[in-house]
Ligand binder design. Structure first.
Ligand code: SF4
Ligand code: SF4
Length: 315
């Protein structure tokens, strides 16, 4: 088979192809080298970023450790330093009530609730064409011979009033103690003794600050019936609406939270003379939180059992 000579144009084009191929190869190699360089640069940048990040983290951790050590040392110094004689002393119960405004608020809350009761009853009486006997009562106060339960906040304005009027004496405290013990040991139906705040003229000596249990008490029948011993005597009265009846419990919860008296949900309540007495006893104490927590719950339980009619043998 004869080999035909390659035409010059063919040779040129093959040469050209080889040249192009060589150029492409060189170009591809150059591109590859450039890509490698770019990749290396990218990796170096990434490593640099990571190193910087690690250094920043290490600096932050060192700062955190140093401030933690500083705070711990300061706390240890505070704990080992005896209290300075110039440091603010813990306020007493009376000081705390005055400084926080709780004394004023307790008084306002008590008076407002009694006013609301009075208005409700007046509206009811108008609607039913009845006459409220209490507003003009001159009879012996049968309503003030009952066992009265109060919340602690209601006793606060009464205690403040007794202190302000110079009535907080050892004799009064002894009378309050005796009346409280009697109320805590006697069922409601059996209790029959004049309130310690009822004066010789049969008037309430703490009337403006009387608790809601007294403030909601209104009758329409003959005042004489209130202290009648006749078993057939029927006293006609009216109970406050349920939303008003629960107000003292809500107010006591708020009071005990704002006064930071205790952390439990159990409100402080009990017999009227007991709650007034514990307020008087706590008034000048700086440890009033512990004092009230130690004293009130067990007396509240005792009163609850008494008014619930539970046998005294359970006490
Ligand atoms: S409840 Fe009876 S005794 Fe008491 S103030 Fe009213 S009317 Fe008088
Ligand atoms: S506090 Fe006043 S209104 Fe209440 S029972 Fe005593 S005397 Fe009566």
């Amino acid at each position: 088979m004869s080999r035909l000579p390659t035409p010059a144009s063919d040779r040129t084009s093959r040469w050209h192809l080889m040249l192009v191929a060589n150029v492409d190869l060189r170009h591809a190699r150059a591109m590859s080298r450039r890509d490698d360089a770019k990749e290396r640069l990218r990796r170096e940048r990434e490593e640099l970023e990571l190193r910087k990040k690690a250094e920043r983290e290490a600096r932050r951790e060192a700062q955190r450790q140093s401030s933690l050590a500083g705070a711990t040392a300061a706390a240890e110094r505070r704990a080992s330093t005896p209290p300075s004689p110039m440091a603010e002393p813990q306020p007493t119960f009376g000081e705390m009530l005055a400084a926080t405004g709780l004394l004023k608020n307790a008084s306002i809350a008590t008076r407002q609730l009694n006013d609301v009761h009075a208005k409700e009853v007046a509206n009811y009486a108008r609607a039913k064409l009845k006459v409220i006997s209490c507003t003009s009562c001159a009879a012996p106060k049968g309503c003030c011979r009952i066992s009265v339960g109060v919340q602690l906040y209601e006793a606060v304005p009464i205690a403040a009033r007794l202190i302000g009027e110079g009535r907080d004496t050892p004799e009064l405290r002894a009378i309050l103690e005796a009346a409280a013990t009697s109320m805590e040991m006697t069922s409601r139906s059996d209790y029959d003794a004049p309130c310690v705040f009822l004066d010789s003229a049969e008037r309430c000596s703490v009337y403006e600050d009387r608790p809601s249990e007294c403030g909601k008490h209104f009758v329409f029948s003959d005042p004489a019936l209130c202290s009648s011993s006749d078993p057939d005597a029927r006293v006609e009265g009216v109970l406050p609406p349920p939303e008003l009846a629960i107000r003292p419990f809500e107010l006591e919860k708020r009071f005990s939270v704002e006064a930071r008296l205790h952390t439990s949900d159990q409100p402080y309540h009990g017999a009227l003379p007991r709650m007034v007495l514990v307020c008087l006893e706590a008034w000048n104490r700086r440890d009033y939180v512990e004092f009230l927590a130690r004293k009130v719950p067990k007396l509240s339980r005792r009163f609850d059992i008494a008014i619930g009619g539970v046998s005294r043998a359970l006490l």
